[in-house]
Design a protein around this ligand. Structure first.
Ligand SMILES: [Cu+2]
Length: 466
């Protein structure tokens, strides 16, 4: 045996010994420049915020400005969010219980509690915490965004050692390593975490989903809203007799006159904003995935058409309303825990559960302008949605304002909007010429107005003007 070979053997033996004696350790590491290091572990601690950093209940992010990280790099504006990926249950409009894969929000949760199981109703995150829709991600253009995803594994499918990712659909990602498409980027194995880094520049309606075995993980529910607010937010613009401080797009940048001389300046202004995401579930597919049976992709049959993970009449239950923007009321009741309420759910169909936190109910005061972020992550069908009695104006699509190169606006006012999976629209609803009352937004495809075999439900919600 030559000297080199003996040396190689020695190195290999040592390596083998090292691998043998080090157990697999779950590693949760929340990377965020707004956090201080924990004095014991040396890792960033989501409960120890740097001076000036704070949890913002409106965006549900930890945010800070002008912080220096451990490498001495200065960050002007930072937002951090933490999610887990795992499994759980949701209730459909006909009270049917559906097994899902999904995400849960663990922003600000101590690192050693992120892996907790949600059997404890007061403990956030962890196994069995999957939500449909997934937690809404709200960012502002110009922000650096740190999104930490921890893969919990599947409580009810421990045999599935599937990785998970976050893929921001339609987002022009400069760093393909953070794209989430598992062939060309990092996927996160069970018990591990990764902090994605994005520098959001383009405002608009995006959506995110897990891209691992996408047909399965998306059908199973790993779908969420991602909305990027424009830099123009916070400025004041006058349009059609009203002042606006929140906008769908940077609409004052047209080349007609430029800046404030742009006739479209302020035209995407709004008073209240709501995300309304179209998705759908196939109960047979979900049942098979829960019971270790073969899942049939070819015969996928979306019997539950959903707004924000809910079928009518659950869509209008205000329970669990997320405080999206500061302009959205925050006094909605919290959702109770599924196990606590299961018997109650069956007897009281209007009770919802903590795993469906984004209500589909839209409310506004008479005269207000409503912005609806309207994406679809449906995996098998197109949907055509109509709104009776209120004017819909599309001001953008695919995270681009409807505006020509000369600054000409080509907003349109359709009676219905047809969208397929991966498409997203920005709809403005002006209520200044409306009457107070309840208006219905629903699918024109009448077979989608049911909760599986139960008639009268499905893809429908209400807009209440008072
Ligand atoms: Cu996944």
């Amino acid at each position: 045996m030559g000297k080199v070979t003996r040396y190689t053997m020695l190195v290999l033996s040592i390596l083998l010994l090292v691998v043998w004696v080090i157990p697999a350790v779950a590693e949760v590491y929340v990377q965020c420049p707004c956090l201080k290091a924990n004095p014991i572990t040396g890792k960033p601690d989501p409960t120890l915020l740097k001076p000036g950093a704070a949890y913002n209940p409106a965006t549900q992010n930890i945010e800070c400005t002008n912080v220096t990280d451990t490498n001495g790099v200065l960050h002007a504006s930072v937002a951090c969010k933490a999610l887990t990926a795992g499994d759980g249950h949701v209730i459909m409009g006909d009270t049917n219980d559906i097994y899902i894969f999904g995400f849960d929000d663990v922003t600000g949760v101590p690192v050693n509690q992120i892996m907790n199981m949600v059997n404890d109703p007061v403990a956030p995150g962890g196994m069995r915490g999957a939500e449909a829709s997934a937690p809404t991600i709200l960012a502002k253009a110009g922000q650096e965004f740190y999104l930490t995803l921890t893969n919990m594994g599947m409580f009810e499918r421990p045999d599935l050692a599937d990785p998970h990712t976050v893929h921001n659909h339609g987002f022009p990602n400069a760093a393909s390593v953070f794209d989430g498409e598992p062939m060309a980027s990092i996927a996160i194995n069970m018990g591990e975490s990764l902090s994605y880094y994005y520098a959001f520049q383009e405002p608009g309606t995006y959506m995110y989903h897990c891209h691992v075995e996408a047909s399965e993980h998306m059908q199973m529910g790993m779908l969420g809203n991602l909305n990027v607010r424009p830099q123009q937010d916070g400025t004041s613009e006058f349009f059609n007799g009203k002042n606006y401080t929140n906008f769908a797009y940077n609409d004052c940048t047209g080349s007609v006159g430029g800046g404030r001389l742009d006739p479209g300046c302020g035209s995407t202004g709004y008073d209240v904003m709501y995300p309304l995401e179209v998705t759908a579930f196939d109960p047979d597919f979900h049942r098979s995935d829960n019971s270790y049976n073969d899942i049939d992709f070819g015969f996928m049959r979306d019997a539950y058409q959903l707004f924000n993970g809910r079928g009518y009449p659950y869509t209008i239950n205000p329970c669990g309303r997320q405080t999206a923007y500061p302009t959205v009321p925050s006094n909605y009741p919290a959702c109770a825990h599924p196990e606590q309420l299961y018997s109650q759910i069956l007897s009281t169909p209007d009770v919802n559960v903590s795993s469906q936190k984004v209500s589909g109910l839209i409310t506004a005061k008479l005269g207000q302008k409503i912005l609806i972020h309207f994406p679809s992550l449906a995996t098998s069908e197109f949907n055509t949605v109509t709104l009776l009695g209120l004017p819909m104006q599309i001001v953008g699509q695919g995270a681009r304002q409807y505006k020509g190169p000369t600054g000409l606006l080509y907003y349109n006012n359709p009676k219905s909007i047809t969208l397929g999976g991966g498409e997203g629209f920005d709809i403005l609803i002006d209520t200044s010429k409306a009457k107070a009352g309840t208006y219905f937004m629903y699918s024109n495809n009448l077979n989608q107005l049911s909760n599986d075999a139960q008639d009268y439900g499905g893809l429908m919600t209400e807009i209440v003007i008072n």
